[in-house]
Every structure is written in structure tokens, then in C-alpha cells.
Design a protein around this ligand. Structure first.
Ligand code: BDR
Ligand code: CA
Length: 314
């Protein structure tokens, strides 16, 4: 299995993504780091511990940054519920968060690694930026980062900016400039090809394991909310789940390298991810070197099969 650390702000779709990663035989999740984002850090930690407990796996969970680098941010409690878990209630988890800080863990784990450890980020990039700022050796030790981050043509928090970037643009900027091999799963392929359908939820419900029950309950809640957007409610597109799906099986994704910058200042565009799509400039050597592997489309049938098969296998 490939070794990976997951940085998250659990979060309804983070819970699905973590469950998929924890149950995947392809991955060895060596640690999970929590960051403030969708909800406040204390809720993120508790939700993450609950997901790990229900997965039946033992993976250490670390508490990280309680606010973005510049301080101000708005949670997405309107999307994820006040405590970040939809409106689901679970008892207090029995497992505990580690004493070591998430940023220290990231630095230690990657420096100790044999260049065989990847990172998946499904929240704001605050922890990763702090770790990069803390130790100059880190950037060359992170084999790759797969991120649910940004938009190609549009945002969600604002018309221009996607939540994970908008919550901490300065942190994202640092990561995008780091030189680490980056794969970006933006909102566009998620909305266009990242659908999970009612039939998939029914398969998980039939499996009835604690992790399938958790994921299917969260998906049912999303499907209900999707009635606002679609006339039917046959599908939902959880962003973070697709990021983990693409990490598990990159062959489901069609990608292209682009130079991507993070807008930190714009009056209407703060937090925007700006792709340089000027083919003529690239051909003439006038554009900056591409730094991000951008996922353009995904094979939805294979993605759905990956999610359902992984979660329903015992
Ligand atoms: C991202 O922001 C959060 O709402 C989700 O968990 C996902 O990581 C989508 O913009
Ligand atoms: Ca998230």
C-alpha cells in the first residue's frame, strides 16, 4: 500500500473521504491532521475521531491550526451543520487525539520518511503552510500533495474562490509556490463528473457496516439538500471524496499541467486559483513553468465503482 497523511477539516464530505481512505487496501494512512475550516477545530477533531473509530482502523489523529494564517475566516457551518457533521449525532468518541501538534507531526513524519510518503489535503492549507515555514527541508521530502482545492472556472465561497483556498489564501499561496508535485481536484470536475447516486447509497446501506452506515447517512443528508439545486435528487457531488478517489486510482482522471497562482489581494477575487491557459504563451516560452497537475475530467462510472466496492468490501 502507498503511505499517506490526510489533512482535513471534517466536515460532511471529509468524513466520507476519510472513510474511503481508511478502508482502502491500496493505502496505508499513517496519520490524520486536523485544521480549522468547515467548522471550528474542536468540532473537526471530534468528528475526525468519530470517523476513525467507526472505520475500525487505528490511525493517530493530530490537532493543528485553530485559525488561518491571517486570522479571519468564516466557517461553512451552513453547509456542514453547526458541528460539521450534518445534523447527525454520534456519542463522544472513545479514542483520543495525540499530544503532538499536527504541524510537528507533519515535519517529523516527512523528514523521517524515505521519500515514500504522500499528502492529501481536503481542508484549508494552514497546517501544510506552517509545516513548510517551520522546516526548510520539508518541501523536498513530501513526495506529492493531492488537494481538493480551487476552481478552474468558478468558486463556491465567492463567485471566484473555492472554500479551502478562500479560508486561507496566504497558506495556499505558499503551498502552490513550494515546488512540491501538486495534483489539484477543483470544483469543476467534481460538479461535472464526481456524482454519487442513490443506487450507490443503497449499496452502502445494504452493507450495513459502521463506516457504510456513517457515509450513507451523510450522503442521504446531502441528497436531501440537493433538491434545492436539482429538480430530482438522484445524485450528490461530495468534493473531498473525489480527491481521495483520484489519489487511490489516478487512472480514473484525465489531467493537464498548468501554472496556477493564488490571488491573495483582489477586491472580488481573493482566494481565486488562476490558471495560465494561454497556449500561445506556453508555446513561446513566455508563461511560468506549470506547477500543478490539474484534474480536468474523471470517469464517473469507475469512480463510483471504486467508492462502492471499497466501502462495501469487508
Ligand atoms: C471544500 O470545502 C468544504 O466545504 C468541503 O469539505 C471541501 O473540502 C469544497 O469547497
Ligand atoms: Ca473539507
Amino acid at each position: 500500500p502507498r503511505k499517506v497523511i490526510i489533512d482535513c477539516d471534517t466536515g460532511v464530505d471529509d468524513a466520507m473521504a476519510l472513510s474511503l481512505a481508511l478502508r482502502s487496501p491500496e493505502l496505508e494512512v499513517v496519520g490524520i491532521t486536523c485544521v480549522a475550516g468547515n467548522v471550528e477545530l474542536e468540532h473537526v477533531i471530534r468528528n475526525t475521531l468519530t470517523v476513525v473509530e467507526l472505520s475500525g482502523k487505528r490511525v493517530p489523529v493530530y490537532a493543528g491550526a485553530y485559525r488561518p494564517l491571517m486570522g479571519a475566516w468564516e466557517t461553512a457551518a451552513s453547509v456542514h451543520g453547526r458541528k460539521g457533521f450534518g445534523d447527525l449525532e454520534y456519542p463522544e468518541p472513545k479514542i483520543r487525539v495525540e499530544a503532538e501538534h499536527a504541524v510537528d507531526f507533519l515535519v517529523r513524519a516527512f523528514l523521517e520518511s524515505q521519500n515514500d510518503l504522500d499528502l492529501i489535503t481536503i481542508g484549508p492549507l494552514t497546517n501544510v503552510a506552517l509545516a513548510l515555514a517551520k522546516d526548510a527541508r520539508l518541501a523536498s521530502k513530501i513526495r506529492s500533495i493531492t488537494m481538493m482545492a480551487g476552481g478552474i472556472n468558478a468558486g463556491n465561497s465567492t463567485p471566484a474562490a473555492e472554500f479551502n483556498i478562500y479560508a486561507d489564501p496566504e497558506a495556499a499561496d505558499l503551498v502552490f509556490r513550494s515546488g512540491i508535485p501538486l495534483t489539484m481536484i477543483a470544483l469543476d470536475p467534481i460538479m461535472e463528473c464526481g456524482g454519487i447516486y442513490v443506487a450507490d447509497v443503497e449499496d452502502m446501506e445494504a452493507a450495513g457496516t459502521p463506516w457504510c452506515t456513517l457515509v450513507s447517512r451523510l450522503l442521504r443528508r446531502n441528497l436531501e439538500r440537493m433538491k434545492i439545486i436539482y429538480s430530482d435528487n438522484l445524485r450528490t457531488n461530495p468534493p473531498d471524496l473525489l480527491a481521495v478517489g483520484v489519489y487511490i486510482d489516478p487512472s480514473i482522471a484525465d489531467c493537464e499541467m498548468f501554472h496556477v497562482t493564488v490571488e491573495c489581494r483582489g477586491e472580488h477575487t481573493r482566494g481565486m486559483t488562476l490558471l495560465d491557459r494561454r497556449m500561445w504563451a506556453r508555446a513561446m516560452g513566455l508563461s511560468a513553468k506549470p506547477n500543478v497537475n490539474v484534474v480536468k475530467t474523471v470517469d464517473n462510472l469507475r469512480y463510483r465503482a471504486l467508492v462502492v466496492d471499497t466501502l462495501t468490501a469487508h
